[in-house]
Design a protein. Structure first.
Length: 644
């Protein structure tokens, strides 16, 4: 163990330099966190100069790191059989120097919990329960462990399986699944990438078609390229494609790489309807790899754009790149470029300003989403972020005549939701042990999400990638918010006897949101190729959303069969005056729909067939039990899948 891990928190704080404000005023500065007393008294942000990053950082960032260190030490002590070390640090409300008038409701401090927090009720962070999981990957070489936090679908799957086996009798899952070969398969394929040799060189018309698809899909969701500028690079690509392009350098390497990756991403998206485009996608990617060292070796915005394109491609082909390393490199580079902050440069043009903000928030959104799917902390912490959003929802009226611009605005609105989810993740999922937060905390966070959604009500009739991203994001965020309550309810009811002081509840809203997520993706898979639904990118993130929603539905079914915990409404706006058990009308259709989606995803992403196997085994056991309990009618299951 490193010697620094034995240094106390107090000793670490004493190493803090004088803050910028005290240095400027020539005052004596203390090492109090998250801000020195003079800055607190003057209601000023307390920052210091970091010589490693060559920039100012807020002390609240150090405070955040010390909180994490304290909790990790506590977890290590508990795992070694010692007494858990209680952290003296508490989360302060997040402060930002950028204008957050549009999201002011997101920075309210956590509500203090009533009572002493003991037991399973609405209490303080004193629980010793952890839903984080470590899985052994026996098929990996060498054998290793992989971590999945409690926000992941994998952790939810374990609790659902354990509860089902405890309450419904022994359930036999596929043997290969228990070893994680399919479910957690992360090893690289040994097949070689398709190359451009032996394939006709793409022509201008083909590239134009892929450019249009990329423009209305991926680039509307994550605007990291100015396609008007990139389109001018096509002659460079056509000149060198099919030849030995590994010796390209300078601007030509960037031009060739950008065209190759745009086509690779668009072809991967198009492969949903035309399987032959999967190999085309890999061929474009193989060409781009010839230039990858040249285009990612500099500290430039072009290198950051290149990393972002590699990340987007990895979402379609997760085995063709290490997305964690790519994200790590991109996050570091964005900080080196100072894209996480707002420079307030009066000479910066509006176009350059929007480009900078768009690239950063696209990276932030992808990094946060992937991290939350796996339950891992973020590299870009909120304490150092001062960059403003590229656009706001209030710009939609001015862009109503431009459909593509409107979709980009809606996608930017989704960045705000990602920020809200990140704050929820920090308080709800990041602690080593599961916190017991008061009911009012959940109601407030749900109210914030609903307020975000109400700003879109006048745009409900608009279709497009941005609008659909917001639609999916709304319901998946509600499932994300209430997953800890579902996990706790499953863990409590797997026992034959529930403690008398138990106050666990079942959130009604998460069931209905999970059903809407399944219905949303069902519409996407049924959409025609030329429709917005048919063009919407189906990536590995989609598989996680569908898996999580399917398991949430099964969890609610199991809790309804058990029947010992009350179902609670957290919002009258969503649940109205509904009382009693969840209404499971149509659950058989939804369950069949989810199986069809998982079956299709298992064919799209090798290694995820285990998701279908697990849910199919659960459905075969749980739905008959639901029927016997009177929650569903005796309707036959629908016929075979209608997906191609």
């Amino acid at each position: 163990m490193d010697e620094t891990t034995n240094i106390s928190e107090a000793e670490l704080t004493r190493l803090l330099p004088t803050c910028q404000r005290c240095r400027r005023l020539r005052r004596k500065c203390d090492t109090q966190l998250p801000a020195c007393r003079l800055c607190q008294k003057g209601k000023a942000e307390c920052t210091f100069f970091d010589h490693a990053l060559q920039q100012n950082l807020p002390r609240s960032y150090v405070h955040e790191l010390l909180i994490r260190l304290s909790r990790l030490r506590a977890a290590q002590s508990a795992s070694n059989g010692g007494e858990p070390v209680q952290s003296t640090f508490k989360y302060p409300p997040i402060q930002h120097s950028r204008n957050l008038s549009a999201v002011s409701s997101l920075t309210e401090p956590p509500i203090s919990a009533p009572g002493n927090g003991n037991g399973n009720g609405w209490g303080t962070d004193t629980s010793d329960i952890s839903f984080d999981k470590h899985f052994i990957l026996r098929n990996a070489n060498p054998t290793c462990w992989q971590f999945f936090g409690s926000s992941s679908a994998y952790s939810l799957a374990i609790e659902v399986i354990v509860h089902a086996q405890a309450r419904l009798g022994q359930i036999t899952f596929p043997g290969i699944y228990s070893h994680g070969k399919y479910w957690l398969d992360t090893h690289r394929l040994t097949d070689n990438l398709a190359t451009s040799r032996g394939r006709p060189a793409p022509d201008q018309a083909e590239i134009d078609s892929l450019f249009r698809l990329y423009s209305v899909t991926t680039n509307s969701m994550m605007n990291v390229l100015d396609l008007d500028e990139v389109y001018a690079d096509i002659p460079i690509y056509l000149r060198y494609t099919g030849s030995n392009n590994r010796y390209l350098s300078g601007s030509e390497a960037y031009q060739f790489f950008r065209i190759s990756m745009v086509c690779a991403i668009a072809a991967a998206n198009k492969g949903r309807h035309h399987p032959e485009y999967i190999q085309e996608s890999l061929a474009y990617y193989s060409e781009a790899l010839e230039c990858v060292e040249e285009v990612t070796s500099d500290v430039t915005v072009e290198s950051l754009q290149a990393l972002m394109l590699l990340i987007f491609f990895a979402l379609f082909h997760p085995r063709k790149g290490d997305i964690w390393k790519l994200l790590d490199f991109a996050c570091r580079l964005s900080v080196e470029l100072n894209y996480h902050s707002e420079p307030n440069d009066e000479f910066e043009s509006e176009k350059a300003r929007r480009k900078r903000r768009g690239i950063f928030w696209a990276l932030y959104t992808v990094e946060r989403t992937i991290g939350q799917h796996f339950g891992r902390p973020a590299d870009l912490t909120e304490e150092i972020i001062t960059a403003e959003y590229p656009v706001t929802i209030h710009d939609a009226a001015a862009a109503s005549a431009d459909p593509e611009a409107l979709q980009f605005i809606l996608s930017s609105h989704y960045y705000r939701l990602t920020y809200m989810r990140s704050e929820i993740f920090r308080e709800l999922y990041l602690p080593v042990t599961a916190p017991e937060l008061p009911r009012e905390w959940y109601e407030l966070r749900l109210s914030n999400i609903l307020s975000w959604r109400r700003e879109l009500e006048y745009l409900d009739q608009i279709t497009g990638v941005g609008a659909m991203t917001c639609e999916m994001g709304f319901d998946s965020s509600i499932c994300f918010l209430f997953q800890p309550l579902v996990l706790r309810a499953l863990a409590t009811t797997k026992e034959a006897v529930i403690p008398a002081e138990c106050l666990d509840v079942i959130p009604r809203e998460s069931y209905h949101s999970a059903c809407r997520v399944i219905d949303f993706y069902d519409k996407l898979f049924r959409g025609s190729e030329d429709s917005p639904e048919g063009q919407y990118p189906i990536s590995i993130l989609s598989a996680h959303y569908i898996h999580q929603a399917a398991l949430t539905i099964m969890a609610h079914c199991l809790l309804a069969i058990d029947g010992r915990l009350p179902v609670v409404n957290f919002s009258s706006h969503m649940s109205g005056d509904a009382q009693g058990p969840v209404d499971f009308h149509g659950v058989v259709d939804i369950a069949q729909m989810s199986l069809e989606l998982l079956d299709r995803l298992g064919k799209m992403f090798a290694g995820m067939i285990g998701l279908f196997d697990v849910c199919k085994t659960l459905h075969d056991k749980v739905l008959p039990a639901m029927e016997r309990s009177g929650f569903i009618n005796r309707d036959p299951l629908p016929g075979p899948s209608v997906y191609p």
